[in-house]
Design a protein around this ligand. Structure first.
Ligand code: ATP
Length: 304
């Protein structure tokens, strides 16, 4: 698989603590990678490191296969755009002027495509209005447009929906999906809200205390959150034979417990089990949602 970003044992130590502690992860090309973690988990630190705003204490990372100890990384980083913490926009400039300024900073030979960028983020009618008078949602979208100057194919967004109203959140989500589908832009998006990320993400990295707790694809996450029946029985071997006979999908969890992914005809199942000499001790439905799955991995309150 091709990766736009890979980290290997990435560590960032401050005097008293480790903000990142041996983090290993990979953002596949074309992915919308949701980086999830409670406040203070290390998301912003990771983003600051890969943007070159800070140096790692140990470990390494590579962008498009170019390792952070190579000189070419500076050049490679031009393929990446980022909106970290507050968008880096000039409040005394209009939307268009902000884009022109960014083109100047990047030393782009022409200003072609800027109007299209404004249209893309829905700011084509913002006119001469200064960014200082924009709503938070407009500023966020302008920040994204600024990050898109120079046509990067990897965008890093730190908490892009923070502080946005419901419409702003929907707009940001649509924009991410559009860029991913129409321009094949890969994304690393950090958030402490798994529910919001789950509307766009194709991959997840769940981090806690600077470490990777779990990295998984959207399909794998969905699988983990599937509705299921948890059965407690006296004989799981007999249960397995019975479930096989009924062509039901299941997983044996322990000597006495199994989970069932299909919805069975309970009367038929109970009768078949009785016949096999297996008693049902308990039967309950487990409906894990994304938030509870996240909490089961990292524990505690989300806004820790
Ligand atoms: P949030 O969702 O609140 O932005 P985060 O996951 O982005 O959280 P980081 O900002 O990366 O977390 O912080 C990770 C840890 O590193 C925290 O405990 C934080 O206090 C600590 N930290 C971050 N920057 C510094 C710094 N410059 N000096 C000392 N400690 C820091």
């Amino acid at each position: 698989m091709d990766y736009v970003l890979q980290t290997q044992g990435l560590t960032k130590r401050y005097r008293r603590s480790k903000a990142l502690d041996g983090l290993t992860m990979g953002v596949p090309k074309g992915a919308i990678y949701g980086l999830v973690g409670k406040n203070g988990a290390g998301k912003t630190t990771l983003i600051r490191l890969i943007c070159g705003l800070q140096e790692p204490t140990s470990g390494s990372y590579s962008l498009y296969g170019v390792s952070n100890d190579r000189k070419e990384l500076l050049q490679t980083r031009r393929r990446m755009g980022a909106v970290v913490e507050t968008p880096s926009i000039y409040l005394n400039m209009s939307a268009r002027e902000n884009l022109e300024q960014q083109a100047l900073i990047l030393g782009l030979p022409s200003l072609r495509g800027l109007e299209e960028l404004l249209e893309l983020v829905g700011l084509e009618n913002a006119g001469p209005k200064k960014a200082g008078h924009f709503s938070l949602g407009m500023r966020q979208r302008l920040g994204l447009a600024v990050a898109l100057v120079g046509d990067p194919d990897f965008l890093v967004l730190d908490e892009p929906t923070n502080g946005l109203d419901p419409q702003g959140i929907v707009d940001m989500r649509e924009l991410i999906l559009k860029l991913n589908r129409e321009r094949q832009v890969s994304f690393l998006v950090s958030s402490h809200i798994l529910g919001e990320l789950s509307r766009t993400a194709t991959h997840y990295g769940i981090i806690d205390q600077g470490r990777m707790v779990k990295e998984l694809s959207a399909e794998e996450l969905e699988q983990s959150c599937r509705k299921r029946l948890v059965l407690q029985v006296t004989d799981t071997a007999a249960l397995a034979r019975t479930l096989d006979g009924l062509h039901l999908e299941y997983k044996i969890l322990s000597e006495s417990e199994a989970e069932l992914f299909d919805k069975p005809n309970v009367t038929r199942l109970a009768a078949a089990l009785a016949e096999a000499g297996c008693e049902i001790l308990d039967l309950r439905e487990k409906d894990e949602n994304l938030e509870s799955y996240f909490l089961s991995l990292v524990g505690g309150a989300q806004h820790g």
